[in-house]
Design a protein around this ligand. Sequence first.
Ligand code: GDP
Length: 197
Amino acid sequence: LFAGSCDFVFGAQKLGQLPPLTLPEIAFAGRSNVGKSSLVNALTGRKTLARASSEPGRTKQLNFFDLAGRLMLVDMPGYGYARAAKSVKEDWQDMMFDYLRGRPVLRRVVLLLDARVELKTHDREVMDLLDRAAVSFQVVLTKCDDVKPGPLARKQAEVEAVIAKHPAAFPYLTLTSSQTGLGMEALRAELAEFALP
Ligand code: GDP
């Protein structure tokens, strides 16, 4: 699946622009700078796939990538960028909520958290939003190469305690690093379960 083609299909800025409901979808969400582009690129082995889509200040849009005609990867705009205008952020959250709640082919959200950074209010808000939308999500810790084993274990325990309280969350974490490839095979295997045959 991940060795096949991966093509950019569409960037949607409005709900009316979403592509047809042809493939199962997996959406990736996280704060700006969490390492989302790097992770999606590492997963798919492409260097320019999720390129500038999450750059702060860029137009917020949902980017759809067709994986071998069997699965759609959806790159959601990064949230929580401090200098983003409040109204833009609110608009984006409305659209995101509508997408999350109203997308029948959406099978899972992969929520990225930076292993080096404290959990932020926005992360908690997104988890609440996913609970309310009843979209099952799994949490992935990024940049694990950059954290020593002790602090990483504490971080893992801390985040596990948080997600245990979220009914829509899977009760486990995946530790990843786009730089070392840690966790990529596990994540690929997991996501492949959702692909069309
Ligand atoms: P995005 O805004 O969420 O798409 O984040 P990017 O993928 O652009 O990454 C943000 C920053 O984190 C960049 O400086 C990356 O080099 C760095 N980064 C991304 N993934 C990793 C990783 O696995 N390990 C480390 N140490 N840094 C990473």
